[in-house]
Design a protein around this ligand. Sequence first.
Ligand code: AMP
Length: 222
Amino acid sequence: MRLVFLGPPGAGKGTQAKLLSKEQGIPHLSTGDVLREAMSKGTPTGLRAKEFVDKGYLVPDEVVDALVRERLQAARDRFLLDGYPRNRSQADELDRMLAQLKTSLSAVIYIHVADETLVKRVSGRRSCSKCGQVYHLEAKPPKRADVCDACGNKGLVQRPDDRAEVVRERLTVYHKNTAPLVERYKSKGLLRWIDGDRPIDAVARDVSAAAKGTGGAPGAKA
Ligand code: AMP
């Protein structure tokens, strides 16, 4: 299974990729997670990325391309890419990396959610400051307020780039740069369209079927 998860910020790519990664035992590679870890450690990559991430802009291609290249070489034939590629140049670069590894994508899982829903969703998102587990104040609250179900840490935080004004910028960036990739992968016959505006487990069933090649509409309503 060699998959790309495509969709706007807040569509549930990370949540669904984590579930599928667990179900199938396949590495989940999220460029957003890798960048956030680098930022929290204050590495040179993290410091460079922060000025872009905090404003909702894309981090320069050469930074994320290098992160993905390194990790794909290790993962080779089994990976779930989440948050990459995010523009045409990254998609070209991914094609080159896969060609060098003598492999190709098995499918692109496109999770569609309408813009109106996304701002509301993302601004209610919280994550554990220790283990990164993601919650939503309404749709997926922790069992005890402000305590992580997964690791017991007290302190769920909002990502700085999940504030409403930054989310709107991220959506603008998505429509300009990333949404055109839907057509690109559709024309290659790789796209699997999933309605992401449903409960997490219903979406997960469709994602799992699409990943195995038994579900997901090939069409696209970008
Ligand atoms: P995400 O967690 O996927 O929503 O990513 C959070 C932020 O990390 C994005 O808003 C970008 O600033 C940055 N980022 C993640 N992936 C990429 C990428 N492929 N290209 C450029 N910037 C990225």
